[in-house]
Design a binder for this molecule. Structure first.
Ligand code: SME
Length: 164
């Protein structure tokens, strides 16, 4: 396994095209979900320098209800639990769909884990059509995410889920 990522400059598309095969190399042959989520979060953070990159996973709480629970991430400390339909993450879970939020202050019910966060993208992790978690990325810049991010982050999440 390569110990270091090769970090590229260039367009966002070029950065993803360089990063994704490296991430695949890093994860292939490793079946542990936590280890793989941790390395994906670290690789995305290292390449793109976003404020926060991480995962929330659907788990059953003590009351027997499902909620999103904080998983591996890189960035400032974050809220631990998010209920179905709440915030951007809970909404992406409910809709089983990716959400791009160009300005978090304009998103009703946005959960502000860091006051530095300005824009956000959340991609659901889908297994057999069910949401098992989400990838959440926060930027300290407004309007930092677009369809290029959605395309590559979705590819990455689909592939990641297929490993487990
Ligand atoms: N902003 C998210 C909460 C998670 S943090 O950004 C890490 C939301 O509204 O669901």
């Amino acid at each position: 396994m390569a110990e270091d990522l090769h970090i590229t400059s260039g367009s966002k598309e070029e950065q993803y095209q360089s990063l994704l095969p490296q991430v695949q190399g890093l994860l292939t042959g490793e079946a542990d979900l936590t280890a793989n989520l941790a390395n994906v979060a670290a690789a995305l953070k290292e390449q793109f320098g976003w404020l926060w990159v991480g995962f929330y996973l659907v788990k059953i709480n003590e009351q027997g209800s499902e909620e999103l629970v904080l998983g591996p991430f890189q960035g400032p400390v974050a809220c631990t639990r998010i209920r179905f339909g709440k915030g951007v993450c809970g909404s992406a879970w409910k809709e089983a769909n990716t959400l791009i939020v160009p300005d978090v202050e304009q998103f009703p019910g946005h959960i502000a884990c860091s006051s530095l966060s300005k824009s956000e993208v959340v991609v659901p992790l889908l297994k057999d059509g069910e949401v098992i978690g989400v990838l959440d990325v926060d930027s300290d810049k407004l309007n930092d995410f677009d369809e290029v991010d959605v395309k590559f982050l979705t590819q990455l999440c689909t592939w990641l889920v297929s490993l487990h």
